[in-house]
Design a protein around this ligand. Structure first.
Ligand code: ADP
Ligand code: MG
Ligand code: MG
Length: 212
């Protein structure tokens, strides 16, 4: 079991909790424009539960795969809402791909993130362009895959190179019309505002870059 990777994962999940806390009001405001306004509070509940679980699992000397799997389950359990279930899927899928035995490589992480986007697609039935968090996650996964090919030895460099594409893609959702979820009946209200789940995705991707 790679203890170092699990310790790093705790820091990553703590950073996710912190960036969500700092932006919870803004995420709620974005979700109130065409949704039900609970995206900030839901993400906060989920991320805080994940932080508690990550610390507990790391103290029990588990590996990064187990840690991410259990943290994802705690997130989905406590968050409620669509995004909570999807973030649970994302973390458990990444954990399953990384496993406990080896320290993750950039290539393994890129594959894990790509698989998490596939899991979200399976679970939620949305596709790119439907104005969901997939509109940030898929471009991020693609950028990370390319960056991992040129920086195979550095997760930090590969991730850092993929932050700007994710942020640009999240901002660009302002021009999209929602095809799924609670924003679907509010087409015209949503236009001009980015998707809250895509915005929180980009915030998390950017915050994680600072921990790697
Ligand atoms: P809820 O919509 O249940 O209130 P949240 O407000 O926490 O949950 O999350 C809303 C976000 O969830 C949306 O902004 C969007 O990014 C994401 N979302 C909703 N439905 C889907 C789906 N089918 N696939 C992917 N993401 C989705
Ligand atoms: Mg909502
Ligand atoms: Mg809701």
């Amino acid at each position: 079991v790679s203890r170092e990777a699990a310790a790093k994962a705790v820091v990553v999940i703590e950073a996710i909790g912190a960036v969500i806390d700092a932006n919870a009001d803004e995420l709620g405001r974005l979700d109130s424009i065409a949704g039900d306004g609970d995206h900030g509070i839901g993400m906060q509940r989920g991320a805080q539960a994940a932080v508690v679980e990550a610390r507990r699992v790391a103290a029990a000397e588990a590996g990064v795969g187990t840690l991410l799997g259990l943290s994802g389950a705690a997130w989905a359990d406590r968050a409620g809402g669509t995004s909570g279930a999807l973030w649970g899927e994302i973390l458990t899928t990444i954990g399953a791909r990384l496993g406990d035995a080896e320290p993750p490589t950039a290539a393994a992480l890129a594959e894990a993130v790509t698989q998490s986007a596939a899991a979200v697609t399976r679970y939620g039935g949305a596709k790119v362009g439907d104005k969901t968090l997939l509109d940030a996650l898929v471009p991020f996964a693609e950028a990370l895959t390319l960056a991992a090919a040129s920086s195979p030895d550095s997760i930090r460099d590969a991730w850092a190179a993929s932050v700007a594409p994710a942020e640009a893609a999240a901002s660009a959702t302002a021009d999209l019309l929602p095809k799924v979820g609670r924003a679907r009946p509010h087409l015209e209200k949503s236009l001009g505002t980015p998707d809250p789940g895509a915005v929180s995705m980009a915030l998390i991707i950017s915050a994680v870059a600072n921990t790697l």
